[in-house]
Design a protein. Sequence first.
Length: 139
Amino acid sequence: MGTRDPRVDAYIEASNPFARPILKRLRALAHKHCPDCEETIKWSSPHFSYKGKMYCGMSAFKEHCAFGFWHPMMRRDDNSLEGMGSFGKIKSVGDLPPEAEFAKMAREAMKLTDGNVKALPKPKLAGPAHPFADDDLWR
């Protein structure tokens, strides 16, 4: 069974009024679809771990919230979303994905953790590592 951290309650209550229902919903979804997740505060915002590894996290800002799954293979590299995280800038509960989509992403994140799947290495750039690497001044 997962754990709840009273500091997450305090974080939610200290957030702007628009953010509270969003954060409460995200928290509920995280626990519903990963019953073994454990709450904590990292980098001054709520995070959830699964089997001792970072699972997901959420934050409230002045005018939006963010939520993201932590496994590198769950991150979007296409910059198609404005803002950060898995769902972009979340300004209302209506901006959250349907629960079925959240559940699918949660299962995938847990599967990656269960399988100890490592992220693919980033491709190395061709050419010198430093723009002046071939310059005689640096030899």
